[in-house]
Design a protein around this ligand. Structure first.
Ligand code: UGA
Ligand code: MN
Length: 302
């Protein structure tokens, strides 16, 4: 079986031990008390932190060689908080039901978490997991932009653009139907669909007339050219090369991240409406409540 993409990856049905033997990368572990994202909770990882594993250390992607259907690259920034493992488990359980998919998870920190990596390995999914910190120049309110940009760099460095692929920015706390993945897979340039529970409304959506997007029902639709949440669109991977550099702006105002990216490559007339002409909600911008924990016991990793 020929590998149809070369993107380096870190998993792929191999044990960490095997990885160390093959690459000679010594994985450093140490106990660590981590308070960056939650000063009151703190974090004891019981030796669960690894190196920031960058592309050059990663193994080759093990996606099945199936030229009939495009690859879906899922890009997920993530960061430590008590619900992280639960969110990623739920998301992995969805993604493992989607074929020809490569999941790029980017930890917003200096190093990856080996426990989290074990979780990805146990899913059997084809994935790349690495760490990328937020840059000093990035505005404080911006979440996940440097991490998504690093994932886009990784794709460009490793994927052959002549192989059909799409890119979807899937945050770790949303809810995804399986149907949306099969629909986005064939995105020609930019596809869009409604997002439930988004922008302070029951849903945000493009409005379609004669198969074309004519306007949007969304927060700030007057001032945002593409007023849609990150969960509501997919891009054909080729746009990365055609409109290079396609990267998230790290000084965007609140809520402008998506539109600023899409304005670099696309016109509203080019949007392909999915989800039955945007008549169905197939993804939800869910948010997980912060747990009210009074007793901290680090004997078990939650
Ligand atoms: C909304 C949009 O749905 C996001 O796509 C957008 O990035 C975000 O706003 C924004 O303001 O920039 P929201 O639910 O408010 O999403 O954001 P989160 O779900 O908290 O974060 C988005 C993603 O970034 C998640 O995957 C989260 O794990 C990750 N994140 C968040 C980090 O990597 N680091 C952080 O410090 C915070
Ligand atoms: Mn969210």
């Amino acid at each position: 079986m020929i590998q149809n993409i070369k993107i380096s990856t870190f998993v792929i049905k191999r044990s960490l031990k095997m990885f160390c033997i093959l690459t000679g990368v010594a994985v450093i572990t140490w106990s660590f008390s981590y308070t960056k994202h939650s000063s009151t909770l703190g974090r004891r990882l019981n030796g669960a932190l690894g190196r920031r594993l960058s592309g050059s250390h990663l193994l080759s992607l093990d996606i099945a060689d199936n030229h009939d259907i495009p690859i879906i690259f899922i890009i997920t920034p993530t960061y430590y908080r008590l619900v992280q493992k639960a969110e990623l488990t739920r998301m992995a359980n969805t993604l493992r039901l989607v074929k020809q998919l490569h999941w790029i998870i980017v930890e917003d920190f200096e190093v990856i978490n080996l426990k989290t990596q074990e979780l990805f390995q146990s899913t059997g999914l084809s994935f790349t997991y690495f760490a990328q910190t937020k840059r000093n120049t990035t505005k404080n309110h911006i979440k996940g932009a440097d991490q998504r940009n690093a994932a886009l760099d990784l794709i460009m460095a490793n994927h052959n653009p002549s192989i059909p692929a799409v890119i979807y920015f899937a945050d770790d706390d949303n809810t995804y139907s399986l149907e949306i993945f099969e629909q986005m897979r064939y995105t020609k340039k930019l596809s869009m669909w409604p997002v439930g529970l988004s922008g302070g409304r029951t849903y945000e959506t493009p409005i379609i007339k004669d198969g074309k997007v004519i306007k949007f029902l969304a927060w700030k639709s007057e001032t945002r050219k593409f007023p849609i949440d990150m969960a509501g669109f997919a891009l054909n991977a080729k746009v990365l090369w055609t409109y290079n550099p396609m990267r998230f702006s790290t000084d965007a105002d609140s809520g402008m991240l998506e539109t600023k990216l899409l304005e670099k490559c696309c016109a509203v007339e080019e949007i392909e409406p999915l989800a039955d002409n945007c008549s169905k909600v197939l993804v939800w911008h869910t948010r997980t409540q912060k747990p009210q924990v009074r007793i901290f016991d680090n004997s078990l990793e939650v």
